[in-house]
Ligand binder design. Structure first.
Ligand code: SF4
Length: 213
């Protein structure tokens, strides 16, 4: 099968457990909860998206017909060519990466020595073999994927209160303030919630604070 990729780039992980970790991001095109068009936003299941995942026109974007071809491009961006001190940490994101990420691609990444992470909305079940699963539930979408390493909830979200998720089978629980004009208020609300519910931790979008991609 072909993989439709919006962009591939090297940066730091700005969110959640691995915040600050150098990573290669592979952004898959398309999402099952929004078309990505502004004209459709109001009727979308997920309305607060801040990501352009439409098409394949970004850096290193395109249609990759074989997993090896995509893996080669990903590994090429990792700065240490022999992976001597750090294996490539590959974050499969989107859009919704589980619309396309399959076992064949995960195996091809592992063969090259990569560690594979995914950031998903949790509405689709993943193929086996992913090393780190981060689920970000959306209020109006049925959550199928209820276990993994990290649950990262955009906060506040009416209908997706943290208490709904805190008993699920994840190792780490993060609240991430919604990135709207009222972000400062949302950060304060998240902080207040976390201080009174210490199971949760705060995730700030460090890449935005630093002004990097
Ligand atoms: S599920 Fe994720 S990628 Fe899809 S529209 Fe929502 S925030 Fe954007």
């Amino acid at each position: 099968m072909s993989y439709f990729i919006k962009e591939i780039f090297y940066s730091i992980q700005g969110e959640g457990f691995y915040s600050g970790r150098p990573s290669v991001f592979c952004r898959f095109a398309g999402c099952n909860l929004w078309s990505g068009k502004e004209t459709d936003r109001e009727k979308a299941v997920c309305k607060f998206c801040d990501t352009d995942f439409v098409g394949c026109d970004g850096q290193e974007g395109g249609e990759y017909s074989r997993p090896e071809q995509l893996v080669e491009k990903i590994c090429h961006l990792w700065p240490e060519k022999n992976f001597k001190t750090a294996r490539p940490f590959v974050v499969c994101t989107g859009g919704e990466p589980l619309l396309q990420l399959n076992e064949e691609l995960i195996e091809a990444l592992h063969r090259k020595g990569c560690e594979v992470a995914v950031e998903t909305n949790g509405t689709l079940m993943p193929p086996p073999g992913i090393d780190w699963i981060c689920v970000s539930p959306k209020a109006d979408a049925k959550l199928l994927l209820r276990s993994g390493q990290e649950l990262k909830l955009v906060f506040p979200q009416s209908g997706a209160e943290p208490g709904k998720y805190e008993m699920l089978d994840f190792q780490h629980f993060f609240l991430q303030p919604t990135d709207l004009p009222e972000c400062g208020i949302n950060t304060r609300l998240a902080l207040e919630y976390i201080l009174s519910h210490p199971k949760w931790r705060l995730s700030l979008q460090m890449h935005k604070i630093l002004g990097v991609k």
